[in-house]
Design a protein around this ligand. Structure first.
Ligand SMILES: [Zn+2]
Length: 354
């Protein structure tokens, strides 16, 4: 009964273990019911008390030590097995880790396009002031886009608003009838259309797409405008100025001031250009505002009596004011964007800045 020899045997055997089966064989060989160490432990009972005292603890220690080695070895075998599986497994990194609750996965959050964001902001500002937001048509008739707005067919203003015309084809002879339809050049096209269908008081804001034959760093063939129209009794330039002043403060910052310059638009009388204090230099004068401290921002004026009449409203009883501007222009000013094209390229490096 040489415990030392048994231990040596165990060490040699366990060094050759390949898998859990050969390990189980070793466990049976030494520690099983009829295992070599088990037999020694059993035989202790027949020894004298003195021998028991010497052999007992040695044999028990060896049993504990062997059990520990076998447990270690089991762990190593299991570990190697998983490493092999992990190496051979083809992982699809695009697969969402659905075994976690969805709420714990962090997908990158998107956000609204800066233009959409600005349009919603404009709508909110006007809605707070009691304006109704009205949709407009992208395809409009020549009448509502020009003629009804005091711009007859031979008016020179049409030259500055060349657009895309849509020919109406006569089905009978396949010849075009007229250039009656066009892609609208201004959201003002909604003015008379709305007046014809609604009684004053009218207080509307019309955001929408516009189209013109323009294409450079600050102009795009397709762009957005918003139009405001208010028709009621006893309206004056004072109402117009206070309305625009409030809106520009809310959109561009509390310190923003506005000023009026006389101008000409066929559908208003008097007509005005509205300047705002340059947001880059706060009115001190810089390269953007050409050292003037002011930036031209809107067109506005009191609604021309001809336009009110065209909408079925008596200019002797009612008056109105209107204003409009390009939404890209406002957004570019607000966010200091140098080129209008950046707003349409959908480049995430640009869009992620907002
Ligand atoms: Zn400036």
């Amino acid at each position: 009964m040489d415990l030392e020899k048994l231990k040596q045997q165990f060490i040699e055997d366990i060094a050759k273990v390949q898998d859990e089966h050969s390990l189980a064989d070793i466990e049976t060989k030494f520690l099983g019911r009829k295992g070599e160490l088990t037999e020694i432990l059993k035989s202790l009972a027949g020894l004298t008390l003195e021998k028991k005292k010497v052999m007992g603890p040695k044999a028990n220690n060896l049993r504990d030590w062997m059990s520990e080695k076998i447990a270690d070895c089991k762990f190593q075998i299991a570990d190697l097995k998983w490493q092999k599986i992990a190496k051979s497994e083809k992982q699809d990194i695009n697969t969402p880790t659905l075994h976690y609750p969805l709420s714990t996965i962090h997908y990158p959050n998107g956000h609204l396009h800066p233009l959409s964001n600005f349009i919603f902001k404009i709508e909110r500002v006007f809605e707070e002031m009691g304006f109704e937001v009205v949709d407009s048509y992208d395809i409009e008739t020549d009448y509502y886009n020009f003629t009804a707005l005091n711009i007859p067919p031979d008016h020179p203003t049409r030259d500055t608003q060349d657009t895309f015309y849509i020919k109406k084809i006569n089905q009978a002879n396949n010849k075009s009838k007229s250039d009656e339809f066009l892609l609208k050049t201004q959201t003002s096209s909604m003015q008379v259309r709305y007046m014809k269908n609604h009684e004053p008081p009218i207080k509307i804001i019309v955001p929408g797409k516009c189209f013109r034959r323009d294409d450079d760093a600050t102009h795009s063939p397709q762009f957005h405008q918003f139009e405001g129209l208010v028709v009621d009794k006893d309206l004056t330039m004072g109402h117009l100025k206070e309305t625009l002043s409030l809106v520009m403060r809310k959109l561009l910052g509390e310190e923003t001031k506005i000023r009026f310059r006389s101008s000409f638009f066929p559908f208003v009388e008097p007509g005005l250009e509205v300047d705002v204090t340059c947001p880059f230099c706060k009115g001190q004068g810089c390269n953007v505002c050409k050292k003037t401290g002011w930036i031209e921002m809107l067109g506005a004026g009191m609604v021309h009596p001809n336009v009110l009449r065209e909408g079925g409203i008596d200019p002797e009883i009612y008056s109105g004011f209107a204003f409009g501007t390009g939404i890209e222009r406002l957004a570019m000013m607000k966010h200091k964007i140098p080129n209008i094209k950046l707003l349409y390229e959908n480049d995430l490096r640009f869009l992620n800045q907002f």
